[in-house]
Design a protein around this ligand. Structure first.
Ligand SMILES: NC(=O)c1ccc[n+]([C@@H]2O[C@H](COP(=O)([O-])OP(=O)(O)OC[C@H]3O[C@@H](n4cnc5c(N)ncnc54)[C@H](O)[C@@H]3O)[C@@H](O)[C@H]2O)c1
Length: 267
């Protein structure tokens, strides 16, 4: 039986692209737990059409917004509040894209215009989104904001390239804005550092499947799946976690605390 942990809550979910996306699973689980949501993604992602299927299934309006455009984000919060009939209780930022990684540029030969685009899409969009919500007073008291991140923000994973730097910035924004949102509205802001997960963004990283297997063996509990990440997001959006803020929370089966796992030496 599903507990209705999000009964009566209204949320915005960024970043569901296809049914492998972590945001897709989070959207499904939030609605299962009684929330009403809107879905958003970049206009180009909407043109692929799959997100509309999810919108129909979840009875969730789909609103286009390029997360690098303040104008689009302002429209998104206005339309979401109007469609859901009030202020927003929770937001998921599940957006990542590295131009240098996608174009297979070595980290030591990065194109800095592309790097700026990467930082804008993958990190500054989080600040933009929070700033728009803050200035519009769009978040309800005791609301919850989450972004998804990866441990390459703390430790070196060479193939992750400039996304490591983007994630460091993203996590820093959670702390810095967490102060302002906390003192202003009791809104909490956290990042979830997720295990490698097989999705469109994940699979774009060189050597991803080998690394997925490595992390699976290194972690005492194995890799956390997208469905398990969705459960954790629901907990973080629920009233059961109201005093957790400005944290980077590892959801990785224990990977981040490991030095060596003998299981890796056996293979
Ligand atoms: N897959 C993994 O291994 C893994 C691990 C840890 C963290 N994460 C993080 O989880 C989040 C979701 O990634 P995913 O793995 O579900 O992949 P995904 O490719 O399904 O999601 C990435 C999303 O970002 C969206 N996006 C890109 N540019 C955008 C823009 N300008 N405006 C709005 N949206 C834009 C894409 O359309 C897509 O929906 C990302 O932040 C990613 O870094 C992923």
């Amino acid at each position: 039986m599903t507990a209705n942990l999000l009964e009566g809550k209204k949320g915005i979910i960024f970043g569901a692209l296809d049914d492998q996306s972590i945001a897709w699973k989070v959207a499904e689980r939030c609605v299962e737990h009684g929330a009403q949501i809107t879905l958003t993604n970049a206009p180009v992602a909407l043109r692929m059409g799959v997100i509309q299927t999810l919108g129909e299934k979840l009875n969730a309006p789909v609103i286009a917004a390029d997360a690098t455009s303040n104008e689009d984000l302002e429209n998104l919060f206005d339309e979401s509040m109007s469609a859901l009939g009030g202020k927003i209780d929770f937001v998921l930022h599940s957006i990542g894209m590295s131009v240098n990684v996608r174009k297979k540029k070595a980290y030591t030969d990065s194109n800095h215009d592309w790097m700026q685009k990467t930082l804008d899409i993958s990190a500054i969009s989080f600040h933009r989104m929070m700033q728009v919500a803050f200035q519009k007073e769009a978040l309800a008291d005791w609301g919850s904001i989450l972004a998804l991140t990866y441990i390459a923000a703390q430790r070196v994973f060479p193939d992750y390239g400039e996304m490591a730097d983007a994630k460091s910035l993203l996590e820093s924004f959670a702390r810095s804005f967490g102060y302002h949102f906390g003192t202003h509205k009791h809104v909490r802001v956290n990042t979830i550092s997720q295990s490698p997960t097989i999705t469109k963004a994940g699979s774009g990283i060189k050597g991803f499947s080998e690394f997925f297997e490595y992390a699976e063996k290194m972690s005492p509990l194995g890799n956390a799946s997208a469905d398990q990440c969705a459960d954790f997001c629901v907990a973080m959006f629920s009233d059961l976690t109201r005093m957790v803020t400005m944290q980077n929370l590892y959801h990785d089966g224990g990977f981040s605390s490991m030095g060596m796992n003998p299981a890796l030496l056996e293979s």
